[in-house]
Design a protein around this ligand. Sequence first.
Ligand code: SGN
Ligand code: CA
Length: 536
Amino acid sequence: MLVQELHTRLFLVLGLILGSCASSSQLSPVSPVSAPPTASVQRPNIIFIYSDDHAAAAVGAYGSSAARTPNLDRLAAEGLLFENAFCTNALCAPARAVVLTGKHSHRNGLMDNGDRFDGAQWTFPKALGEAGYQTALLGKWHLKSEPTGFDHWEVLPGQGHYYGPEFKTPQGLTRHEGYNTDVVMDRTLAWLDGKRDPKRPFMVMCQFKAPHRTWMPGPDHLSLYDGVLIPEPTTLFDDWASRATPAHAQEMTIADHLWLAYDLKVPLQAGVEATGPDKWAEGLLGRMSAEQRIAWEAAYGPRNRAFRNWDLSGRALVQWKYQRYIKDYLRCIASIDDNIGRLLDWLDEEGLADNTVVIYTSDQGFFLGEHGWYDKRFMYEPSLRFPLIVRWPAATEGNDTGDARDARDTRGTRETRLVQNLDFAATMLDLAGLAARQDLDGVSLLPLLRGAEPKAWRASIYYEYFEEGIHNVPPHYGVRTQRWKLIHYPKSDEWELFDLALDPEEVDNLAGQPEHHERERQLGDELARLRRACGR
Ligand code: SGN
Ligand code: CA
């Protein structure tokens, strides 16, 4: 009951603080809210499950009719699902650095995938470790420098491999047979089951490679979705009319920028010399055990022979590529979902489910054929939005304090306020009962998790993408509100304005249209304000 009492007090203080910000149109930094940890209070365990490139549109609970994600759906039914969770920079390494530091890319120094993370700076795992948490990191890291602030880490070098992955540890490289997603969870459960001190709380980051390119499914799901036609997005054949030049110049189309052997798993015909990434396709398959390879050939062989016989071209070929791409992507997600089921079962068996915060999220979204694309980077919705589901039964059930500002029971509910990956670090501090830090760009999500109705919350988010190179998406920045989005491409000095209420697919660029002039000016002011506020 002590835990419940602490939560009740915590909520009341939060309510007062947030209530006092009511006049501000955006979220004010929240001052220290939580009681300092004491020996008698049981702080929650935290499991942060991070997948790579998992679009919200590929989660059943987010409305996907195709994706089979029963365990993620269970998590959503028992937790809180964030409908409007947005990254600040839709790229892997930058997103990870934002999560660890709670700061925008230009403030934590990691702007694009070529940068090296400065592990000397403050991160939330360090803070939790210093406060007595046991901390571990398993899976994809991708920050070039070695992890700091973890009691235990085993990470994939670079992007890592789907089959027979190597893991880097302080002791060196170890290769594990098996499928990456299963191995990441094996290693996570091994740490959780191992030398952990059961009297101290833990924070573990379980970070899958999947469903990152090249979308190689695991042995258990090679035939999932066989004979099923996955619905195509309505913009699969988008011509990008009205959009600025970057949408036309990108190199991430399903039609022209997927490699037959490497991405689409169709071996080149005898005598055809592999070019580009197709040269690596055989190497990826060569990592499999004999048994895995047999299963793979049994699944892909007949489909590939049929594909060769059809001899498709034009629109039909794009449609075929889309089906191959999306099915492999969803098959990778099926393994993620299975492994989340293993973890939830483990928590139940250990009696830890109640006071363990389980967070499921991804580094950014992904284009699943929208606008004809795969990959991410653009500030358009499919890439900007990531899935975010948080479950913490101890804090969200029956928290009736009798106060007028009482928390709702958030289990199985949805939150539509604008939240960002910037908010994880502040949330972690709050969960651990640590004082908030004024130098973070994000804020704690704990009030939302507890069903409080903060009167002030951010009304807009700032996005900035910096990388130049692969997939040819130029740097750009912009602002998104609940209804509107304004994007600026500085190199070509072009603007895009979208009304997300009337045009959720972002195909009708309203920038420069006289009837939207005032709206564009207002959003431009808001964008300038956001840039000033974060030091751009
Ligand atoms: C790799 C991928 C790209 C992807 C980047 C960044 N090619 O280079 O398609 O955009 O990673 O992804 S691959 O053939 O090597 O898979 S990120 O998630 O790491 O940022
Ligand atoms: Ca990614």
